[in-house]
Design a protein around this ligand. Sequence first.
Ligand SMILES: Nc1ncnc2c1ncn2[C@@H]1O[C@H](COP(=O)(O)OP(=O)(O)OP(=O)(O)O)[C@@H](O)[C@H]1O
Length: 229
Amino acid sequence: MIRFDHVTMVYAPGARPALEDVSLEVEREEFVFLVGKSGSGKSTFLQLVMREISATSGHVWVLGQDVGKLSRWAVPKLRRQIGTVFQDFRLLPNKSVYENIALAMQVIGRPRHAIQTAVPETLDLVGLSGKEKRLPHELSGGEEQRVAIARAMVNRPQLLLADEPTGNLDPDTSLGIMRLLDRINRTGTTVVMATHDADIVNQMRKRVIELQDGDVIRDQARGVYGAAR
Ligand SMILES: Nc1ncnc2c1ncn2[C@@H]1O[C@H](COP(=O)(O)OP(=O)(O)OP(=O)(O)O)[C@@H](O)[C@H]1O
């Protein structure tokens, strides 16, 4: 699903590498937490997978493709197979819940009948049936994140990347979001989630990859947040 082969990322000449000689593999249908202090390289990792940036050296393979070698038209095709969720939700404020989700299908040219089927199904998946007409400001933070997850999932991506998705939510709401991400994972979507949320990581007991100054310093199955090294 994802393979990093001696990946180094240097943003500016002479700068310290944001990732240095990272090699690892994420298998299909895994759930992986990326942890590490601020600046350790978590977002850089996710951006490399999305091909928002290109590795300075080494190879990043995503869904069987060396993303550094993709042509310009192949990048959007790759991104269509990857859902993304962020800490700040990134919903369009003057569009309804339904419209926010439908837009993700419209922009890739899906036909209206497909949208009319998939949006209600996805709203049901995230537990927001009945709220389709609401605007984002009429929702709680947890509900806004559920809309963002619905938008990420409506095109049925094989891979879901989440950058600190519970960062703006209280512990109970965060747990609800994690249960949803776990359910999405169990139905076959690979999930990679960067987080600082120790409680969540310790409760979920999934694979934990810890970065420090651009190095992988721990890769642990059924891991915890703080190092039990
Ligand atoms: N666009 C950029 N230009 C230059 N340097 C960058 C850029 N993005 C990140 N960096 C640097 O790369 C390193 C890794 O940053 P990154 O954002 O990947 O860390 P992070 O683990 O995601 O941090 P956080 O938890 O704060 O989001 C840091 O030293 C950061 O300053």
